[in-house]
Design a protein around this ligand. Structure first.
Ligand code: DAH
Length: 349
């Protein structure tokens, strides 16, 4: 091919370029080993000496034309591609965000934490005790000897013979705490924990439930200290307008024994389905620690005194969050937990 025809073809080709690929194809067409310009270049040796210089210059010109064009276009296309890519990858802040699915606290856990915080703020420690317990701690050292009718009410699961059982109440933690509490008075503990009983015949009873136990041992402790403590806790948990009242009851490990009521947080005393139209809800068993219980755990009742209380955390959570079936408290379904979460938000308003 002559220089003129290559030049002509090159000029035509350059006009028709509209992509980086086409540009690279042209580079192959003209400058690869068998490219048109390369071939012209290799013809130099066949050209007569007097025309060699001119021929060489023309081929070089062609090469330069191509290379200049190539560099310029290549930059142009690359910039264009980059801009396109940036435009595609740009974040559109007007798009709706992807929703992050968050968890929701379990209502029972939440209630327990709240109670713990209230009592910790009054100087109480949160303690633990075993769920597999000795009859001695679950009953005997709480002044409920073998054969005592009060045992029947607790429908206990025995594991081995008559000595090892699943604790039917958190009260054995009182005994365990007193046994190792010497010299560290005043004893102020609360113990949330699982308890077990054989009755699960309706939606408000389960074979396993949560109790929270409280114990205070010091000098000159009376029923009024108990009343004051319960009153403060109830106001913190159920709202400042909450009132409390005690009425007499009977437990083997306290004397005197009481049951504590709170004024209904739902109707504030007017009467509703939650308080069964009485305006009051019984939530706690309590009393002054029985002298026998103190002395069995090594505290001289002439020197020491205390109060104790215990309540069902499940029941309290059900009341507070308006749950009818205690099994819902052990549910891990986020949709339901979210529902309760929402309810509580309304509750706090
Ligand atoms: N343990 C009792 C129960 O399960 C509740 C209770 C009542 C605990 C009175 C106490 C208390 O510490 O003083 O029914």
């Amino acid at each position: 091919m002559s220089i003129e025809s290559v030049k002509e073809e090159l000029e035509k080709d350059l006009k028709n370029i509209n992509s980086l690929e086409q540009l690279n194809d042209l580079k192959i067409k003209y400058l690869s080993k068998k490219g048109l310009i390369t071939e012209l270049n290799s013809e130099i040796k066949n050209i007569s000496n007097d025309k060699k210089k001119e021929f060489g210059q023309k081929v070089n010109e062609l090469k330069n034309t191509f290379n200049n064009f190539y560099e310029e276009k290549k930059n142009e296309y690359e910039e264009e591609l980059l801009n396109k890519k940036l435009a595609n990858e740009a974040i559109d802040i007007s798009l709706p965000a992807t929703k992050v699915v968050t968890g929701a606290p379990n209502m029972l856990e939440k209630l327990i934490e709240e109670v713990e915080e209230v009592f910790m703020s009054m100087g109480y420690d949160v303690v633990d005790g075993p769920e597999i317990e000795l009859d001695k701690y679950n009953f005997e050292m709480l002044n409920i000897p073998k054969g005592h009718p009060a045992r029947d009410a607790q429908d206990t699961f025995y594991i081995e013979g008559e000595e090892i059982l699943l604790r039917s109440q958190t009260s054995p933690v009182q005994v365990r705490t007193m046994l190792k509490g010497k010299g560290k008075e005043p004893i102020r503990v609360i113990c949330p924990g699982k308890t077990y009983r054989r009755d699960d015949d309706d939606a408000t009873h389960s074979h396993q439930f949560m109790q929270i136990e409280g114990l205070l041992v010091d000098k000159n402790i009376s029923l009024s200290d108990l009343k004051g403590t319960i009153d403060i806790a109830a106001k913190k948990i159920f709202g400042p307008e909450t009132e409390t009242r005690f009425h007499p009851s009977y437990y083997q490990f306290t004397e005197p024994s009481v049951e504590g009521d709170i004024s209904c947080f739902n109707c504030h005393g007017k009467g509703c389905h939650i308080c069964k139209n009485t305006g009051w809800i019984t939530v706690i068993g309590a009393g002054v620690v029985h002298p026998k219980v103190l002395s069995m755990s090594g505290y001289d009742p002439n020197e020491w005194s205390g109060f104790a209380f215990g309540f069902g955390a499940d029941r309290l959570a059900m009341l507070k969050y308006g749950i009818d079936d205690c099994r819902a408290l052990y549910n891990t379904d986020l949709r339901e937990l979210k529902n309760f979460d929402r309810k509580e938000m309304e509750w706090n308003d």
